[in-house]
Design a protein around this ligand. Structure first.
Ligand SMILES: [Zn+2]
Length: 155
């Protein structure tokens, strides 16, 4: 038997050609390998492999099915957020409802950060809070100025 690449004479049992380090595939190993790719025994193997693949895929499906349960939590957070946002319009419940809405959207953002609706509402709420703080500071500054003007004109 000779090396396919460099025609170096090879001895039995060699896996690699010592001259060019080409991997040797002997006729014996081809003969040994052939029954594995055909015949009843191999078809059993392939059935087992197919079954195993199906099981792995089923397990993967279970793993991916755990993800859709996360948005159901997100729906709860969104529902609480919208319910308490509506309650903000009622003067009696405004204070509690705004706190509940804030807690709901912050918790939703921490627990389900991949949920787009929660993400958008969280940043909108944050922007609204920042805007209202800035607005109330401006109003307070104007009031202080107005009071200062009043005070100076009263003296
Ligand atoms: Zn060789």
């Amino acid at each position: 038997m000779y090396c396919k690449r460099c025609r170096y004479e090879l001895k039995d049992g060699w896996n690699v050609c010592p001259k060019c380090s080409e991997a040797i595939v002997s006729n014996d190993s081809i003969l040994n390998a052939e029954p594995k790719s055909s015949g009843a025994i191999v078809s059993n193997d392939s059935i087992l492999n197919a079954e195993r693949l199906r099981q792995i895929k089923a397990m993967e499906n279970i793993d991916t099915q755990e993800l859709p349960t996360a948005p159901s939590n997100a729906v709860i957070y969104l529902a609480v957020y919208f319910a308490s946002t509506l309650l903000c319009f009622i003067p009696q419940t405004r204070a509690i409802a705004s706190v509940v809405a804030l807690i709901a959207i912050v918790t939703g953002f921490i627990k389900c950060p991949e949920n787009r609706a929660i993400k958008v509402l969280f940043w909108l709420t944050l922007a609204w809070i920042v805007c209202s703080i800035i607005f109330s500071i401006i109003i307070m500054a104007m009031c202080v100025n107005a009071l200062a003007d009043c005070g100076s004109s009263w003296r």
